[in-house]
Design a protein around this ligand. Sequence first.
Ligand code: GUN
Ligand code: ZN
Length: 434
Amino acid sequence: MPLTRKAYRAAILHSIADPAEVGIEASYEYFEDGLLVVDGGKISALGHASDLLPTLPSDIEIEHYQDALITPGFIDTHIHFPQTGMVGAYGEQLLDWLNTYTFPCESQFGDKVHADEVADIFVKELLRNGTTTALVFGSVHPQSVNSLFEAAEKLDLRMIAGKVMMDRNAPDYLTDTAESSYVDSKALIERWHGKGRLHYAVTPRFAPTSTPEQLTLAGQLLTEYPDLYMQTHISENLKEIEWVKELFPERKGYLDVYDHYKLLGERSVFAHGVHLCDDECARLAETGSAISFCPTSNFFLGSGLFNLPMAEKHKLNVGLGTDVGGGTSFSLLQTLNEAYKVMQLQGARLSPFKSLYLATLGGARALRLEDKIGTLQPGSDADFLVLDYNATPLLSYRLKQANNIAETLFVLMTLGDDRTVQQTYAAGALVHQR
Ligand code: GUN
Ligand code: ZN
């Protein structure tokens, strides 16, 4: 157990604010020769090695990483655990992709043996990629959430998940009812929400697959329990948006459906939002809701380009999501590589420090967990990564040409992936060693 003090010496970088709010220079702290001290699963000190070393007891164990960068663990604000087996499915956009590939794959998660096996693969894959916290969709089966939380609990990970609620417009083998989804979600909340570092998210899949009765009960759960999360999808695909208009003709638009059923709030995270308008961004921001920006998925499913500058204009909380299996990589480094291209295609830029923010503190803020994760501030959970500058021959050669931490960071995000993550620590314990 990591209940003793230990120190880690390396170059250390973390976000401390949103570059959109404070400017790039004030948004991060970088220690070229830094020291991170961990005590009982929490960070107890961070600073320059030269300042901190004299303050430490002489017998403290110090791990010294050369040619490496310590950062906070990455935070994935949107991912589907039961889609692990269908990542990279060919040729369809959202609605056909769901029917052809997604629903059949998700149908297997009522089976405990299968769900346990995939939960193990999924959690290992998160950690291999440096993701220490994720907001996760299960399948419609409560078993999917039990398997995932059991796997996360063994490693004391901070994870948020929920059972999908969907009672229409999906195959019979994969639908619940408004009543059963309420009862099943409630049982999972009672069992898991607030246990260790686990949190529950009420999870209506998206407006088309829930009846008004089910959306009403989803809203009711949020009022019954404090601090519950809510996750769903919004305005990802143009055909989807037209469908929502047909299904809810009395509502002003897609967001208004969720607003009507009281699903907006400080712990509500809406995936995608590619086609949101100004008014919808303003309403999301006003209610403290967050968007999960999923660039890899938005490219892969041909959904469109997320307008990050518009979200920034409204001071909307934005986290980064892989959206596996619509997204094709568990790596938030690769997801940032795609995010950069989304901005380029809109004539804008994504600075490496804004990218770092999105993958760490921005995600933590979207999840209202910034006092616990997303930075390396003393008092935070000791969830951090060691990124290896020599992970591949090309990365090693390229980084030797880098002149400063901004360039190093950008190259890590364009060339880096799971191979770059040398160690992952959660609550001070080593949970992945490459
Ligand atoms: N909208 C509704 N369900 C899904 C899903 O599983 N993935 C994505 N990307 N969008 C969705
Ligand atoms: Zn999704």
